[in-house]
Each structure stands twice: as structure tokens, then as C-alpha cells.
Design a protein around this ligand. Structure first.
Ligand code: AMP
Ligand code: ZN
Length: 133
């Protein structure tokens, strides 16, 4: 765990999250400033910064979890598609320096602009329960 890393603190249960999936080495929870309804982040519990410092085996396991969580989000929310995003470095828009994959649900014709919107905490809570179930 890295001190001052918000996602390590979430993985350690020190900061609350709207959890949708967890196993020994992976955690998935709703983004609190979602691009779209059901915007989910998938992280390894072990801290690495991004794609380049994460070893290949850990990455392979992580992307398999991203796939499984995306399938669950699509099934539970009935979205028509989804984007997978993974930012590396501030120049690329990375604001949290603990590797994470974004799953951004998409609906046909939604004309989504990829901008964060403050989430409604009650709605996020209900949504996390719907995806986790
Ligand atoms: P990135 O720009 O790829 O680093 O994305 C970081 C994402 O983490 C942003 O979309 C934030 O809204 C999200 N985020 C930051 N803090 C939290 C938190 N405590 N719980 C859930 N999502 C968060
Ligand atoms: Zn971390």
C-alpha cells in the first residue's frame, strides 16, 4: 500500500466506495464523478502506477477481471456498449496514480462527452447494489 494513494486507501477499506466486485487481488467500484450511468473503475489492490510498471502476469489477470466486470455491468444495466479507458501520465489525463481501467457504459445515440459529472451518492449506492447483485 502506498501512503497518500486514494485507491490504495479504498482497497484497504479506509475510504468508502460503491463496490461492485471484489476478489483477492482486484476491486471494482463506481466512479464518483461518472462519465455515464454505471461508470466503473477496476483496480488491482497492489499499487502500481500504470501500464508500464505493472508486470505482464498481473496485467493479464487484471484485464480478465475488467472483462468479467464489464459483462456484469452490461447485463445489469442493459447498456448497448461500453468504452474501456486507461490513462497513463498526467498528459494523458491520469489524475489518480494507481493503475485503473474505466468501464464507461454507452447507450445508442447517447452522444457522450467524456467529462466527469459529480455523482448523486444515493443513486450511486442503488446502482452499485444493482450491479453487484
Ligand atoms: P483518471 O483520470 O484516469 O486518473 O481517473 C481517475 C478517476 O477516479 C476519475 O474519473 C475520478 O472521478 C475517480 N475518482 C477519484 N476519487 C475517487 C473516489 N474516492 N471514488 C471513486 N472514484 C474516484
Ligand atoms: Zn495505490
Amino acid at each position: 500500500m502506498k501512503n497518500d494513494c486514494v485507491f490504495c486507501a479504498i482497497a484497504a477499506g479506509e475510504i468508502p466506495s460503491f463496490k461492485v466486485y471484489e476478489d483477492d487481488e482486484t476491486l471494482a467500484y463506481l466512479d464518483i464523478n461518472p462519465f455515464s450511468r454505471g461508470h466503473t473503475l477496476v483496480i488491482p489492490k497492489r499499487h502500481t502506477v500504470g501500464l508500464l510498471d505493472t508486470d505482464d502476469d498481473a496485467l493479464a489477470r487484471l484485464i480478465a477481471r475488467v472483462k468479467a466486470v464489464a459483462a456484469r455491468v452490461k447485463d445489469r444495466l442493459g447498456c448497448d456498449g461500453f468504452n474501456i479507458l486507461q490513462n497513463n501520465g498526467e498528459a494523458a489525463g491520469q489524475t489518480v496514480h494507481h493503475i485503473h481501467f474505466h468501464i464507461v457504459p454507452r447507450w445508442t445515440g447517447d452522444a457522450l462527452a467524456f467529462t466527469n459529472q459529480p455523482g448523486d451518492m444515493e443513486k450511486l449506492k442503488a446502482l452499485a447494489e444493482q450491479i453487484r447483485a
